[in-house]
Write a protein that binds this ligand. Sequence first.
Ligand code: SF4
Length: 958
Amino acid sequence: MSTPPQLSATLQSFETGNGRPGRFYSLPALEKAGVGPVSRLPVSLRLVLESVLRNCDGKKVTEHNVRVLANWQPNAERTEEIPFIVARIVLQDFTGVPLLVDLAAMRSAVARLGKNPKIIEPLVPVDLVVDHSVQVDVNGSADAFGRNLEIEFQRNRERYQFLKWGMQAFDTFKVVPPGIGIVHQVNLEYLAKGVLSADSTFNSQPSTVYYPDTLVGTDSHTTMINGLGIVGWGVGGIEAEAGMLGQPVYFLTPDVVGVHLTGVLQEGVTATDLALTVTQMLRKAKVVGKFVEFFGPGAAALPVVDRATIANMAPEYGATMGFFPIDGECLNYLRATGRSEEHCRAYENYYKAQGLWGVPRKGDISYSQELELDLGTVLPSVAGPKRPQDRIELPKLKESFVSTFSKPVTENGFGMKPEELGRTFLVSGDGQIADGGGSQEPVSAQKAQLQNTNPQTEAEMANNHPTPDHTTARRRTFKSEIRNGSVLIAAITSCTNTSNPSVMLAAGLLARKAVERGLKVDPVVKASLAPGSRVVSDYLSRTGLQPYLDQLGFNLVGYGCTTCIGNSGPLAAVVEEAVVKNNVVAAAVLSGNRNFEARIHQNIKANFLMSPPLVVAFALAGRVDIDLAHEPLGEGKDGQPVWLKDIWPSLGEIRDLMQTALQPDVFRKLYKDFAAQNPKWNEIPSSTGNVYEWDGNSTYIQEPPFFGSFSMQPGEIREIRGARPLAMFGDSVTTDHISPAGSIKKTSPAGKYLMEHGVEPADFNSYGSRRGNDRVMTRGTFANVRIKNLMVPGVEGGVTRFQPGGEQMSIYDAAIKYQQAGTPLVVLAGQEYGTGSSRDWAAKGTNLLGVKAVVAQSFERIHRSNLVGMGVLPLQFKEGIPQCGTQSLKLDGTETYDVIGLGPNLMPQQDLTLRITRRDGKVENVPVRCRIDTPIEIDYYQHGGILPFVLRQLVAKA
Ligand code: SF4
């Protein structure tokens, strides 16, 4: 690395506190050198600036980049991109497996070129936590954890074998195996260091350079780490791969919104209530794409675990980050979670030397905008039933549910008739409760009955409910009444809350008091407890609270995402059938962060986010249409009503137990040799070698074709001629429409492919778990059952018309026919194309279907960059051109398209022409803007994407 001379003076020394000096790139020295008013910058931006300064080599990162960021103005127009080289990368398994597949494919390509495959090696540490694959197949029993883990290993064996190959093949790639925890909680409790160091030489003497811990992750809630003063956010897999291989992550210089916190939380109010309040407030403030930084005395007084709960929900309030500065609370947390004393001293001294110690006060920093929140005004809350920003004060939940029930769907309601609200249905049986893997085979022994107590619709159900194929069904007799508003899932889940001992202990305390008063949870409620680390089980057991949770059905089901990601597993068959048959608006209550329709469970429509103790409370109540201020939770064993306030734990009770929760020795013990403590993981055989031996028969892992015909010579940028539209979409097509993560239909091209390869529908698993197989994923592209292609009006799902002729067929089949005919393809879309979670397969699948350009009215930021990263050209209709398919352009998909003006001298944001030739031969030229936005992106596009670009650079250097 060669730092420009003017900046090299910023490399200075500081006392680590451990008897030897450390070196660091000093931000105060940068300011002193007159480069910019650095000390007025938001803390989060200063941490990014340190990376830009330290990595300034005049090529990837230039002195200009340093100067621009050092002179950030709170309210300037945002045109400059920041090249950010992060210190490390975290992955979860859904996104991490395909990423490892790409790295393995690059190694295969390098080997085919006769070079050393080891040149493909992550340049920064990469940690993958396997957390997204566990499902709640079994719940409510002492063996639920072990059995769910067993089923998880059966379902995912091939993926796990592949991960083990990756662990031995790459020096800097580590895996936290299944059954240990959730990526963001493991990051907070173990992976994050706060400050990092690297050996270096200075004046020919060995020295150690210290620098801030920064990261990107392939999961949107990576922001949870912002609660510990660490800069990091979620990116797509393609960006993460590029980051691993030494490319900066590029992002537009952001606005930074300061949120001034004052006051303290009142008795009875939890960190979850605060996070939901902040989410609602910041959604309204429109912080999308901005950094949010919390400051002021209220922020300083919050412990790190509460800060992390708020930071976790940054994607829900729309911010890139929800950042808390670095201070003594961070240090306390690092100590309490078992980080070494030597490390903690270096951490404190480093940030003091950087002038970054302490939570800023009002006036210290120039923010783009300042907002105020008095923590004393926060009230107990829930959010839902469909969006995390729709906060409801607890006493108003009943009223809110009743009104949402009959509100039109267009107003976020359920569109039901008010008179249906009170209908009840009796479900009874000795069928299995939420147990097993979901085969479609009948249960011969099941004697389930379903009675509708409404005489007009009384029905008896056939005995053809799903039963487990992986486990023996566990039977429990139950007889319950369900109705609109019944709670059918109650899940203590999600790193958002399970990383916070105050709310987890509150749940345990509430459970204890409920059991002591004789309250019970109806067995029709599928209760579960899925903490984000084993530390939670340790303190729930040491405080004696777990047995009370067990008695209410909140037995441990796994250490992973479970219900939060929709892996809630099946409901009891009779219950699910009653819900579907009678269109019941049933409810889930969970301590998660997202509740979009069908995310939690496909047949549960009303999903409410809330704190863990409230999850237990609503499980006890059994319904959400209850006003807990005026109605009791139930009747105690003494026949007396038990109210929520009777069993709600006090702040004092929680505080008394908190000391038990954060024990450094426990963290050290549980995060030591966790792989060795996991016999199932150790039993998985692993292949060895630097190059992966692809198994052509695997339905999970296949070598993707991205580097199949790789050569060192990139192609030329040329005009696109004679393209046909593969599909035409309206506004707000999400990445989940483009590349769904959920279940695979038997009749879909992916389902047919799997069956042709001997996979039974019961073992399809999800698209998310099949992302290591491009054959499944390409067939799954645009295969969401809800996607609406305007070329086939009135039909939902991944179908199109093959032109000319207009034959209706699946999008995949049409793409193959076009490929065989050598016809390039385009996709046309409306506004906000590619919104939703960053999903690299949405761009990869588009590329593999043969789509050369996507023409839209506007693009979501990450998806646009992912398209370029995969060599697909994003084109934007210039302002004033209405959406395709409307009166103005009158497109119906029978046209052919040329992109004129594309050539070797292509410039970022260049104006181009989309030439449309209609069926009758009429030609129209429509102006479009090329949304390749930066010079580096031109390189990526020319090379056919980021990965071939990086690969050519690495091979050229080898
Ligand atoms: S628990 Fe939920 S928020 Fe946390 S990583 Fe898993 S899916 Fe994401």
